[in-house]
Ligand binder design. Structure first.
Ligand code: GLY
Length: 313
């Protein structure tokens, strides 16, 4: 069964990803093609060119991609000036002896690979940054923020771990039975420069292994880094758990961190046969998208709401 599973905001790219699979492309091709369209969605403030900036007004993008056939993986973090971190991550995976490049090194690699530069933030994102800081600084001082010795008090004041953060997850299974996952994000708005979340961290924000399945996360990435969430889900499937049981177990692992921080995590996952599952720790719920080889349109599914001390699936 060929299919694509995405976080709720994967809509701009999910049909393209399925088209790639139908035309004989690989799961990796599908994940990259789908995420590239989300990265171009100016309305998505958590991914790609629409992404909101860090505390200094700079857009820093993170992404990762993983090939479930070989366990090859590539990631970039805090990339500035490029619209498609997912494609840079894929080049890291395919062309370098490394898994992750960050900051200036990642920018340099993108230039060396011939990616086109892109001026970010877009006006909308810059306006939002100015609005957010307006009460704290006169507009004319904003561009001099980088000279300040202390940024941490500002970051602590502006970041709210309970608020929604955008990130996109794509999982795909192709006609050869190979699976892949990809994750792309601009991370937290107003974050400390250089902050990486779970998205570029293999095993935290995403993981894929043909033998068992794949998983990816959105939400408060520091928590899924600490719990190793995506890798845990795949390992639980290796241990014989169903995809739903594996996700519940990973949420149980996260529980103390969720309680202590007030943050949330959403997970999309699939087993090796392509059985999808989505779960969220948000009491208000959430959605994810599934498109199968025989679907005309993506199907929006309710994520299961994780509740502490319940048996789950
Ligand atoms: N989950 C995305 C991030 O924390 O940056």
């Amino acid at each position: 069964m060929m299919l694509v599973v995405t976080s709720h905001n994967g809509l701009p790219g999910i049909a393209k990803a399925m088209q790639v699979l139908r035309e004989g492309g690989t799961a990796l091709d599908a994940v990259e093609a789908g995420i590239r369209l989300v990265e171009l969605n100016e309305q998505d403030e958590g991914v790609g060119i629409g992404g909101l900036p860090n505390i200094l007004g700079q857009v820093e993008l993170d992404a990762s991609i993983m090939d479930g056939r070989t366990l090859a993986a590539g990631a970039v973090g805090a990339v500035q000036g490029y619209a498609h971190p997912i494609s840079i991550a894929r080049r890291v995976m395919e062309l370098t002896p490394h898994v992750m490049l960050v900051g200036e090194g990642a920018n340099r690699f993108a230039a060396e690979m011939g990616f086109s530069r892109c001026d970010l933030p877009l006006e909308h994102a810059r306006n939002k940054w100015q609005e957010r800081l307006r009460d704290l600084f006169p507009a004319e001082e904003l561009d001099a923020l980088a000279e300040r010795k202390e940024l941490l008090p500002l970051v602590r004041e502006l970041i709210n771990t309970r608020l929604r953060q955008g990130t996109v997850n794509f999982l795909a299974r192709d006609q050869y039975g190979d699976i892949a996952c990809g994750v792309s994000t601009s991370g937290w708005p107003w974050k400390y420069p250089g902050r990486l979340g779970d998205s570029p961290v293999i095993g935290a924000g995403g993981y894929a292994d043909n033998r068992y399945g794949a998983a990816a996360c959105t939400g408060y990435g520091e928590l899924s880094i600490r719990a190793g969430t995506a890798r845990s889900i795949v390992l639980y499937m290796k241990m014989g758990f169903s995809v739903a049981e594996a996700c519940w177990e990973a949420m149980r692992d996260l529980q103390p961190l969720l309680t202590a921080s007030g943050g949330y995590i959403n997970i999309v996952a699939m087993d090796r046969h392509g059985e999808p599952f989505g779960i969220t720790s948000k009491p208000s719920g959430g959605h994810y998208l599934v498109m199968r080889e025989d679907s005309h349109t993506p199907e929006e599914r309710d994520a299961v709401v994780y509740q502490e001390n319940t048996a789950g699936e």
